[in-house]
Design a binder for this molecule. Sequence first.
Ligand code: SF4
Length: 206
Amino acid sequence: MENSRNASFMTRDRDRSIRIGVSACLIGERVRYDGGHKRTPLIADVLPRFLCLVPCCPEVGLGLGTPRNTLDLVEGTTGPRLVMTEHGKDYTQDMERWASAKVEELKRQGLCGFILKSKSPSCALADARVLDHEGRPAGFHPGLFTAVLRRAHSGLPLIDEVELRNPESLFIFLERVLDFALHSRPSLEAELWGETTRPGRGSTEP
Ligand code: SF4
């Protein structure tokens, strides 16, 4: 891929720019269980200069409110279950239903990637802790929202905020996002670079 492609992913029409989902707490929205956030400047301040970020908090979307009791992933017969720490209420089906509808909505909006919050039982890419029935650590798993996202939107570039701090991983993620966008929206190439100004296409512009 030409380096010039990485200059900007923003078209003249912001609504048609490349859209990527983001766990809402990472851009400073106070949606965490304790009413706080996990604002990450690279995501909240830098990426919006050339990408259109679409915030999403699955637990607030589910109607759990903020602040709220914490959730855990607990071993189950067919996979980890999403349960409330305090009283054990099981939200697995509710989350799977909500996430399926949300992912379809995001697909219709032309989502081209997702930045996820590590270690979250809902959003983690792979490192959410799973407990056994005695409350002991029993392994790791993607968050439940992410598991649905992966199943329903295969090939969608995903990364978490920890991996994003690695410049090489960030670069690879952005390349994958751009490739995904160009593949799913062929008109994007002309929207981003124009028919005559994209370098490497015989342009006569300086
Ligand atoms: Fe919401 Fe996900 Fe952030 Fe938890 S990690 S507060 S579910 S966006």
